[in-house]
Ligand binder design. Structure first.
Ligand code: SPV
Ligand code: MG
Length: 254
């Protein structure tokens, strides 16, 4: 489940989710910037540090975008994440600065050989054997064919990826299910069903998909709640009617 700051990470942990997705989109939105690497990588690092402290018992998977540079930047990123007890990083095969996968317009994919080198560099530089590197395939987002995406997946698996995140922007799960049917390597699959969230989760489990990430819903819930609260207070010029709609201070102190 997604989180974007210490508070939301704590709420995700309290709810009982088995892992936290430190979402680039949501962290960016919470900082008031676009999901286009406008926040620097050390600013992202600072946010995940707060998340780690606020939710100490839940593994955090950082959305590492394209790795914030080349393979050397990735090596440094992995070292800094390990120092902060972050469990895993997800790197996507686009070019820096990346654009969010759902924004209209063209997406520029990374050269697959260069990207495989980044995955290899990440795996080679980790010192905790349990640290995981997830290679995210943006081929379907950039309108590539299944065969092209499978070829990239194979290269990233060979480079040492611990899992593959297959992304799709369609309103149905056909691309990810087609991929899962044709993927025969011993490497788990991850999906982000933001645009095909109507699909029952059993369909993904039956297809052999290991992990589903609900990627931005805490952040979007907070937008709706903050807008409604601000509008109400602005209109009524009073906080009288709002008290029962917001968390009591005792909950904040807890
Ligand atoms: C994110 O949450 O930042 C992601 C997932 O990368 S998505 O926005 O769906 O591309
Ligand atoms: Mg992202």
């Amino acid at each position: 489940m997604e989180a974007h700051n210490g508070l939301s990470a704590r709420i995700v942990e309290d709810t009982g989710f088995g892992g936290i997705w430190a979402s680039g989109l949501s962290i960016s939105a919470a900082l008031g910037v676009r999901d286009c690497n406008e926040a620097s990588w050390t600013q992202i690092l600072e946010v995940v540090e707060f998340m780690r402290d606020a939710a100490p018992n839940t593994p955090i998977l950082l959305d590492g975008d394209t790795g914030f540079g080349n393979f050397n930047n990735v090596r440094r990123l992995v070292a800094k994440l390990e120092q902060r007890q972050i469990s895993a990083v997800c790197l996507e095969d686009k070019v820096f600065p990346k654009r969010n996968s759902f924004i209209k317009g063209n997406q520029q994919l990374a050269d697959p050989v260069e990207f495989a080198g980044k995955i290899r560099a990440a795996k080679d530089s980790q010192s905790n054997p349990d640290f995981s590197v997830i290679a995210r395939l943006e081929g379907f987002i950039a309108n590539q064919s299944l065969d092209q995406v499978l070829a990239r997946a194979d290269a990233y698996y060979e480079a040492g990826a611990d899992a593959l995140l297959i992304h799709s922007k369609q309103s149905h799960p056909n691309e990810v299910l087609d991929f899962a049917r044709n993927w025969d390597r011993p490497c788990p699959l991850v999906i982000v069903p933001t645009t095909y969230g109507d699909t029952p989760s059993e369909v993904f489990a039956d297809a052999g998909i290991s992990l589903v990430i609900w990627a931005n819903h805490s952040m979007r819930a907070s937008i709706t709640a903050m807008q409604a609260t601000c509008q109400m207070i602005h209109k009524q010029q009073s906080i009288r009617a709002i008290e029962e709609r917001v968390a009591p201070l005792s909950e904040v102190f807890r």
